[in-house]
Each structure stands twice: as C-alpha cells, then as structure tokens.
Design a protein around this ligand. Structure first.
Ligand SMILES: Cc1cc2nc3c(=O)[nH]c(=O)nc-3n(C[C@H](O)[C@H](O)[C@H](O)COP(=O)(O)OP(=O)(O)OC[C@H]3O[C@@H](n4cnc5c(N)ncnc54)[C@H](O)[C@@H]3O)c2cc1C
Length: 264
C-alpha cells in the first residue's frame, strides 16, 4: 500500500497579513509550520503503515523553504519526500494547485492519498476534493477515524457530518481529507531528525512533471480565480447591546434601531 500525504507549509500564526499591493500573504519573518490537519494526516498514515505495512510519502508544493516542512515529516517517520516547486507554479489558485499536485501524484504513484481538510492560510478546503476530482478517484472528506483496511484495498473510515457521522467503505485508489482529530501527531525524536537530514528531498519541477501537467492550469496565468483585492476588515465601532429585554421587547427595539438608521 503506497500512502501519499499532501502537506502545506503555512505561516505559524492566526494573524495572517496580506501584502495590499500583491494580495499575497506576507511570509517573510513569519515562522512556518506544517498545516495542523496535514500533520494529523501524516500521523494517520504512519499508523496505517505500522498496522498494515506499505510506505508513506509526503508531497508539498511550495517555494524552496518548504524543504523544512518535508524534513520534519521525514523526521516523524515518513519514507520519502517530494518538493513540487517551479517558478511556473507561482500564484496558483486552488484549482491550479490541485492540478499540479495531481500531476505529481500521478508521477509518484499512490493507493491512498491523504490531504488536510483545510489550510489555515488560504482557508478554502478546496484542494483535497479538487485533487480527487482531477485524478478521478473517490474521496471521503472530514475523516475523523480510520477503522480498518479490508482485503488490502478497502478503507473503512468514520466521516464527521454535522452533529453525526457516517461509516464509509471506500476502495483504493482513493483520497481522504483529514480532520485534526484523525490522529495526534507524534513528536520527532533526535534519531529521526538526524535520519531526516540524511535522506534526499526529491525535487519535482516543471520539466519533471510536464508529461502529467495540464498546461492551461499552471500558476497565476492558469488560475481561474485571482485574489483581486485584499484588505483587513475595519471594525465599524462598537455595536449596541440590548440587555434585560423580553424577546418581544428585543424585537421591537431592533426594529426601532433599523428604522432609525433608515435600514428598513
Ligand atoms: C487570503 C487568501 C485567499 C485565497 N482565496 C482563494 C480563493 O478564494 N480561491 C482560490 O482558488 N484560491 C484562493 N487562494 C489561493 C489558495 O490559497 C492557494 O491556491 C493555495 O495553494 C491552496 O488553497 P488553500 O490554502 O485554501 O488550501 P486548502 O484547500 O484549504 O488545503 C486543503 C489541503 O490541501 C493540501 N494542500 C493545499 N495546498 C497545498 C500545497 N501547496 N502543497 C501540498 N498540499 C497542499 C493540504 O493537505 C491542505 O490541508 C487564496 C489565498 C489567500 C492567501
């Protein structure tokens, strides 16, 4: 069983700042981490390998400094790491990102693909499902627990669904999007870190992937969406808090306020 985990290197902050000129994230000087959901995905993959055998590879599309995130994954116990990086890939939106990562997955080979549910910077939760769509494989999103692998090719997985859950059997090759609850990431240990720096992070650039890439869906030019404008929302002053009113009185008071401001 070949498990491949897609990891995104993200700013280690909830206060992501955007460059108002380029509309891209300000990454300089901001420490980077492996996206939380993706780290749970790595842990879930390592547990599957320990239970059922196989290999665990990690793939990250990003600038050269994403090498650090891949080495952290190797230090956790992953077997191989791939950095998908090329100038042509810069500025990709989610569709282009998914298209390029799918090309890399086709190039590497896979039985089970695990992505995070969502990245804490772009926050779209779109890339995982888009990869499954591009590869034409079944997907289970919001994976909360992986119960079993049956007959060597069927994954039994618990999917979170609002206030309940589904138990789903899905045949490999398939894709899961991981919730942070899926598994608690193990810590790297000293030996793992040393080994991680002995291993190669394999670079997959434009030329390595050009047979699998869809030329129309690469980088900023190949992105159906562009971040047109970005701005930090300005707080519009303090709101009015209506206290000690019955529901009916509160409704009356709200209508009066809206009327006062000519909103209704
Ligand atoms: C503020 C902001 C808003 C944006 N809005 C949009 C938008 O509305 N539409 C749009 O198309 N693009 C948008 N983008 C661009 C988008 O962030 C990038 O395309 C990004 O690479 C993927 O989207 P995401 O961060 O939302 O990832 P998500 O879809 O949330 O990521 C889900 C999972 O996919 C995998 N994954 C995602 N990116 C990578 C990667 N580079 N390498 C490996 N695995 C990966 C990870 O497992 C991750 O957990 C926005 C970017 C910013 C900074």
């Amino acid at each position: 069983m070949k498990i491949v985990v897609c990891i995104k290197q993200v700013p280690d902050t909830n206060e992501v700042k955007l460059d108002p000129i380029t509309n891209t994230l300000i990454r300089d000087g901001v420490p980077s981490i492996i996206n939380h959901d993706d780290k749970s995905g790595i842990e879930a993959a390592l547990i599957l390998k320990e239970r059922f055998g196989g290999t665990v590879s990690v793939v990250c599309m990003g600038p050269p400094q994403a090498d650090v995130a891949l080495r952290e994954a190797l230090a956790m116990g992953c077997d191989e790491a791939y950095l998908v990086s090329a100038r042509e890939f810069g500025g990709s939106d989610t569709w282009a990102t998914a298209s390029i990562i799918s090309a890399a997955l086709t190039n590497i080979g896979y039985d089970l693909v695990i992505t995070g549910r969502q990245a804490i910077d772009g926050d779209t939760a779109q890339v995982g499902p888009q990869i499954a769509e591009t590869l034409g494989i079944p997907q289970v999103s919001y994976a909360e627990e992986i119960y079993d692998i049956e007959d060597g090719n069927k994954v039994i997985v618990k999917r979170q669904f609002e206030d309940r859950y589904h138990i789903i059997e899905v045949k490999m090759p398939c894709l899961l999007t991981a919730l942070a609850e899926l598994a608690t990431p193990r810590y790297m240990h000293a030996g793992g870190i040393i080994d991680a720096y002995k291993k190669d992070v394999k670079l997959l650039g434009y030329d390595d992937l050009k047979d699998q890439l869809v030329p129309e869906y690469i980088g900023l030019k190949g992105s159906p969406t562009n971040v047109f404008k970005s701005f930090t929302k300005q707080a519009k002053g303090t709101g009015t808090i209506l206290k000690d009113l019955s529901p009916d009185e509160a409704v009356e008071a709200i209508i009066a306020k809206l009327d006062e401001r000519h909103i209704i």
